[in-house]
Write a protein that binds this ligand. Structure first.
Ligand code: PLP
Length: 389
């Protein structure tokens, strides 16, 4: 069996080519470093790619989510439903606005938020749903948009994992009221740090623009007074959440590679599936017939009852073999901060149970065939060694 590799294989990483580097260098030689023509170009490219009317970039995906929660008019006394199987940002953005996150448990098959659970959690105070396209697999958008319509709620889709994914032949980013994409280096395409909201709603678009720059506007038609050509107004409390032109130039160059990146990820997923799907000790990811995942993460579930090694042991063995496995995610409601807010073990049993069994295997566009084969070999070797016969 293969020797331990010298190089560490991370669970995800960016791909930067010469063209990306040149795009950034050009900005560094230009007049604008921060929010200038490159930001606008990047926003137009993302909107065009996903098929939305508008796109507003932010300094990171979390800031973008905060902007979306603000633009939806959410504040103290309001409730927002989200999933526990996500990064903390999906719920933190609700807390930033003084509102309450409510966790609806997940579907054990897709790992995405369970729409029946959403219905159960709706109260008079509910203002929005923040579904997460976990691992890149779109949520049931028709059903969620229908629930939102019936109950007069906003849908803020956390698509940090799902740029390029499609739902019934429509691109994620063109369907929900607002959709967030993140450009952290571990995501499909990167701006270093960065995020964006896409929307088809002009009012939301204008709110988002103003929110990311202190609540300031220079739009003459909306000013309450006008002292002269220098005049601007701060009309609500916003933040400095702007993206720089340096970042946007990188993003605008990266997006040209996105479809190629997704294809590469799919090829790796197919190799993993081919080797793992017939092993009774492993549950491979669900694939919907009507949705195309963009494959941000490849997560396996271990059937520990069939193995003489538990998830922690399996994880440690993989790390010892220099494979940068990870666990996505610790359910948000189990974080100490959230427990202090009153959430507890037992609130979302399906997510809690899933958390006990999952391991994220490496998946990124520049992964070599050799690295993929190495991961496959080590996983299969561990399964064989620890099978309960
Ligand atoms: C990465 C991520 C975010 C936050 O994005 P940042 O750009 O890192 O702020 C939000 N939600 C999910 C599900 C993510 O994976």
């Amino acid at each position: 069996m293969s020797d331990v590799k010298q190089n560490f294989i991370p669970y995800g990483r960016q791909s930067i080519d010469e063209k990306d580097i040149q795009a950034v260098v050009e900005v560094l030689k230009s007049d604008y470093l921060t929010t200038g023509p490159a930001v606008q170009r990047f926003e137009e490219k993302v909107a065009e790619y996903v098929g939305s009317e508008y796109a507003v970039s932010f300094s990171n995906g979390t800031a973008a989510l905060h902007g979306a929660v603000f633009a939806a008019g959410i504040g103290e006394g309001d409730e927002v439903i989200t999933t526990p199987m996500t990064f903390v940002a999906s719920a933190n953005c609700v807390l930033y606005q003084g509102a309450e996150p409510v966790f609806a448990d997940i579907d054990p098959k897709t790992y995405n938020i369970n729409t029946d659970e959403i219905r159960d959690k709706i109260t008079d105070k509910t203002k929005a749903i923040i579904p997460v396209d976990f691992t890149g697999q779109p949520v049931d958008l028709d059903e969620i948009m229908e629930i939102a319509k019936e109950n007069n709620l906003y849908v803020i889709e956390d698509a940090a994992h799902a740029i390029g994914a499609t739902y019934k032949d429509r691109k994620v980013g063109s369907i929900a009221d607002m959709t967030m994409f993140s450009f952290h280096p571990v995501k499909h395409i990167t701006t270093g740090e960065g995020g964006i909201i896409t929307t088809n709603n002009r009012k939301l678009y204008e709110k988002l623009l103003q929110f990311r720059t202190h609540g300031i506007t220079r739009d003459i038609s909306s000013l309450s007074e006008n002292h002269g050509p220098w005049y601007y107004e701060m009309q609500f409390l916003g933040y400095n959440y702007r993206m720089t032109d340096i970042q946007a130039a990188l993003g605008a160059s990266q997006i040209d590679n996105l479809d190629k990146f997704i294809e590469k990820r799919k090829e790796i997923v197919q190799k993993y599936n081919k080797e793992f799907s017939h092993l009774k000790e492993i549950i491979t990811p669900y694939q919907s017939p009507e949705r195309n995942s963009s494959w941000h993460l490849y997560i396996i579930q271990l059937k520990s009852e069939l193995l003489s090694i538990n998830r922690k042991g399996f994880f440690e063995k993989l790390r010892q073999a220099n494979i940068g496995v990870n666990v996505h995610y610790i359910p948000v409601h189990l974080q100490p901060y959230y427990k202090e807010l009153g959430f507890k073990t037992g609130d979302c049993p399906v997510a809690e149970n899933l958390y006990e069994h999952i391991i994220t295997l490496p998946l990124y566009q520049d992964m070599t065939d050799e690295d993929v084969q190495y991961v496959i070999n080590i996983v299969k070797k561990l399964i064989v060694e620890h099978q309960i016969k």
